[in-house]
Design a protein around this ligand. Structure first.
Ligand code: SAH
Length: 282
C-alpha cells in the first residue's frame, strides 16, 4: 500500500465543491464546513479536519480501512477505541459500489439519488452515539442506505442488543442486506439482532422501540414526532435538520421525558423525504 496523501486545503475545497455541489442534486453527507461557513469558529475543529482531508491511494481492504481509521484518529474525528475498532472491523469496501474509492474521506453515490456518507460523518455520528450503543442496547438507523452505519451499530450493541435499519428504497434495502451478509456483522443479521426494512423512516420502526440511539441519515425540515416518541428516556438522537443549510442536531431525552438539543456541526445531507420526491430529483 502506498502512503496516504494529504491534499492541500484549497484542492480539497475545490474537489468537494465539484463533488458536492453538482448542479441538480446534493449528495454531500459531509460537513458543509468543508466548503461553507469558513469563518465560523465553532466549526474550527471540523474545519481543521476537513482541511487535512484524507485521500488514500490504496484500495486494499484491510490496510486501506486501517489507514482510514488512523487518519480519522490523527485529525481528532475519532477519539473512542470502540469507534475505531468497529470502523476497522466493518469493511467499508464491502458497502461502496464496485470501482469506488472505499477509504477516501468522501461520500460516494449509491444510486437512487442517495450516497453513502463520508467516513468522517460516520465516525462523527458513532462518536456522538457511542454511550447509547453499549452492549445490549437498541438502535434505529433511519435512511440506512448501504447499511454501513447500521452494521457498525449492530457490532457495537452485539448479539444481546437490537438494531433496526429503515430505508424507503427497496433496492437499497436489498443491497444493504447483501452487504451485511458479506461482512463481519452477518451473524447478527442471521440471529435477528440486526434487521433491515423497507419503510418510511419518518414513522420510525415502532416494533422494536423504544431506542437508546436513533440516527437519521437524511436531512429533515423538522424532527418527525414518531422518532421523538420512539426515543427512550435517557436516549439520544442524531439528526441533520434543515434544507440547504443544515445542522447536525443532537437530541437528548432525559429520564423525565424532557428534550434538550444542541448543534454539533454544519452538514449537507440528502433530504428525508418521500420516495417519489427522492426518485424524481430535488
Ligand atoms: N447512512 C446511509 C445514508 C444513505 S443516504 C449510508 O451512509 O449508507 C440517505 C438515505 O436516506 C437514502 O438511502 C434514502 O433512500 C433514505 N431516505 C430518505 N428519505 C427517507 C424516508 N422518508 N424514509 C426512509 N429512508 C429515507
Amino acid at each position: 500500500m502506498r502512503a496516504p496523501v494529504l491534499i492541500c486545503p484549497t484542492i480539497t475545497l475545490r474537489a468537494y465543491g465539484r463533488l458536492c455541489c453538482a448542479p441538480r442534486r446534493l449528495h454531500c453527507h459531509g460537513s458543509s464546513s468543508q466548503f461553507l461557513n469558513l469563518n465560523l469558529s465553532r466549526f474550527s475543529r471540523r474545519l481543521l479536519t476537513s482541511f487535512f482531508h484524507m485521500e488514500f491511494q490504496s484500495g486494499a481492504g484491510s490496510s486501506g480501512k486501517k489507514t482510514m481509521v488512523e487518519n480519522l484518529k490523527r485529525y481528532g474525528v475519532i477519539s473512542s477505541k470502540r469507534v475505531a475498532q468497529v470502523m476497522e472491523d466493518l469493511d467499508r469496501g464491502l458497502f461502496v459500489p464496485a470501482g469506488s474509492s472505499a477509504y477516501v474521506d468522501t461520500p460516494v453515490p449509491i444510486g437512487y439519488n442517495a450516497t453513502i456518507s463520508a467516513p468522517h460523518m460516520h465516525a462523527t455520528c458513532l462518536q456522538l452515539l457511542e454511550d447509547k450503543l453499549q452492549p445490549g442496547m437498541r438502535a434505529l438507523d433511519v435512511g440506512s442506505g448501504t447499511g454501513y452505519l447500521t452494521g457498525c451499530f449492530a457490532l457495537m450493541v452485539g448479539a444481546e442488543g437490537r438494531v433496526v435499519g429503515v430505508d424507503h428504497i427497496p433496492e437499497l434495502v436489498d443491497m444493504s442486506i447483501k452487504n451485511i451478509e458479506k461482512s463481519v456483522a452477518a451473524s447478527l443479521l442471521k440471529k435477528g439482532s440486526l434487521s433491515l426494512h423497507v419503510g418510511d423512516g419518518r414513522k420510525g420502526w415502532q416494533e422494536f422501540g423504544p431506542y437508546d440511539a436513533i440516527h437519521v441519515g437524511a436531512a429533515a425540515s423538522e424532527i418527525p414526532q414518531p422518532l421523538l416518541d420512539q426515543l427512550k428516556p435517557g436516549g439520544r438522537m442524531v439528526i441533520p435538520l434543515g434544507t440547504y443549510f443544515q445542522d447536525l442536531k443532537v437530541i437528548d431525552k432525559s429520564e423525565d421525558g424532557s428534550i434538550k438539543a444542541h448543534t454539533e456541526t454544519s452538514v449537507r445531507y440528502v433530504p428525508l423525504t418521500s420516495r417519489d420526491e427522492q426518485l424524481g430529483g430535488f
